[in-house]
Design a protein around this ligand. Structure first.
Ligand code: NAD
Ligand code: USQ
Length: 397
């Protein structure tokens, strides 16, 4: 199959490219290296040393005998994207190519605008390129569980049957995004749904939970194939951060009460879910939504799990409650459905001590690279609380 992976230099995109290439698919990746630039701008870096894309591709060819093609440019650039799509004629497009951090989107007006410009306009451009050149291709778009927020009812997979004033309909599940990044994903979903209804495109929105993990089958083949692994307050996700904190002796940074519940999954399961969606495409005109996570945890449960597992292998771990920099519920109902990917054959890698131990071992190899000052939470959701008051939000911080 011809597969185009947008954001193929990223945490999830690079391992996905290797996986599909390993299976014999024709893979082209697109990236504009914005994620690398955002780190450079804030003087942070991936814990794992990552090679430049071309070097990764060469190393992969050497190890596997398979070639991944790369096109460098932004998906916000319509001319560039049209050219890539028209030349590669993908049957499946896997779209990871967005600004993925909630804190980044909340740090300033400029960062919020950049996030929505990158994400919403990039995806809108893609829909036009698909309509023009590959209307039959299957779009697999990485969305987020955070589109739904934390409503006081069970969360369904994309749609809910509603009865109102004696009439019934099945409608998109209500959205309560918790950051301007999460809002961009809601806007994307609306635009993609529109393109399936009006133009007859086919799409799967993977509403993914928080991903953790440092290794996949392919990255483990050679250190040169490592994917990025971030632990800083902007780009690191919570379990990856806790594991790094445990290794370097930083208190585990539980925000507020720690009762915030989210869906989580291992990076290996991300790859399998994307593969299952690829092998079982949506129909023409269908906007299919899968909730892509395997387990639910509170932040405190994750901290306890990491502290206990790390303690057993000799790390001295403390847990600290930090004033919550975000505006979010710290105690709430959370019960989300995730049946559809299980029905397609997903066999989850559940989080347990063994998995945490393997992460700690890998992280320990790179402990000298950890930048301590990048760990403490700084980005606040409420502008009024920022130093200098609301006016300071209008400027880049
Ligand atoms: P990432 O930042 O590592 O990967 C995204 C890649 O896209 C980066 O390499 C970046 O340079 C590239 N990119 C961004 N804007 C681009 C543009 N305009 N043109 C071309 N390339 C562009 O992030 P990730 O963690 O791999 O996440 C991938 C996707 O999955 C994102 O859409 C994210 O919102 C979503 N997601 C991630 C998680 C998670 O926990 N990592 C969870 C749920 C959803
Ligand atoms: N949290 C802490 N301590 C930390 C970091 C986070 O307590 O050191 C808490 C946060 O307050 C939040 C929860 O952990 O309640 C998850 O935070 P996160 O930073 O791990 O995840 P989030 O900001 O939600 O974003 C991540 C990815 C994003 C993806 C999203 C899936 O960066 O790309 O969309 O997870 S979801 O959470 O389901 O929306």
């Amino acid at each position: 199959m011809r597969i185009l992976i947008l954001g193929g230099d990223g945490y999830l995109g690079w391992p996905t490219a290797m996986r599909f290439s390993q299976q014999g698919h024709e893979v082209t990746v697109v990236d504009n290296f914005s994620r690398r630039r955002w780190h450079l701008a804030q003087s942070t870096d991936s814990l794992t040393p990552i090679l430049p894309l071309e070097d990764r591709i060469e190393a992969w060819e050497e190890v596997s005998g398979k070639r991944v093609e790369a096109r460098i440019g932004s998906i916000e650039d319509a001319e560039f994207l049209d050219e890539v799509v028209a030349e590669t004629l993908p049957e499946t497009i896997i779209h990871y190519g967005e600004q993925p951090s909630a804190p980044y989107s909340m740090r300033s007006r400029q960062a919020a605008v950049e996030t929505q410009q990158t994400n919403v306009i990039g995806t809108l451009n893609l829909l036009f390129s698909m309509q023009s050149y590959v209307p039959d291709a299957h779009l697999i778009k990485l969305g987020t569980m955070g589109e739904y927020g934390t409503p006081n009812i069970d969360i369904e997979e994309g749609y809910i049957e509603i009865e109102h004033n004696g009439r019934k309909d099945t409608l998109p599940f209500p959205k309560l995004p918790g950051s301007l990044y999460h809002c961009s994903k809601v806007h994307d979903s609306t635009n993609i749904h529109f393109a399936t209804r009006i133009w007859g495109l086919r799409a799967t929105d993977l509403n993914q939970g928080v991903v953790y993990g440092i290794e996949t089958d392919e990255t483990a083949l050679d250190p040169r194939l490592a994917t990025r692994f971030d632990y800083d307050e902007t780009f690191g996700t919570v379990l990856n951060r806790f594991c790094v904190q445990a290794v370097v002796g930083h208190p585990l940074t539980v925000y507020g009460g720690g009762g915030q519940t989210r869906g989580y999954l291992n990076i290996r399961d991300t790859l399998r879910c994307v593969e299952l969606a690829t092998l079982n495409p949506a129909d023409r005109g269908e906007f299919r939504v899968f909730n892509q996570f395997t387990e639910q945890f509170t932040v405190s449960e994750l901290a306890d799990l990491v502290a206990e597992a790390a303690g057993r292998v000799g790390f001295d771990v403390t847990i600290e409650s930090f004033p919550n920099p975000r505006v979010e519920l710290e105690q709430h109902y959370y019960n989300a459905s995730n049946q559809k990917l299980l029905d397609l054959g997903l066999e989850p890698h559940y989080l347990g001590e063994e998995l945490v131990h393997s992460m700690l071992k890998e992280i320990d190899r790179y402990r000298e690279r950890v930048i301590f000052r990048a760990i403490t939470p700084k980005t606040k959701w409420n502008p009024g609380e920022l130093e200098g008051g609301a006016l300071s939000v209008a400027r880049e911080t």
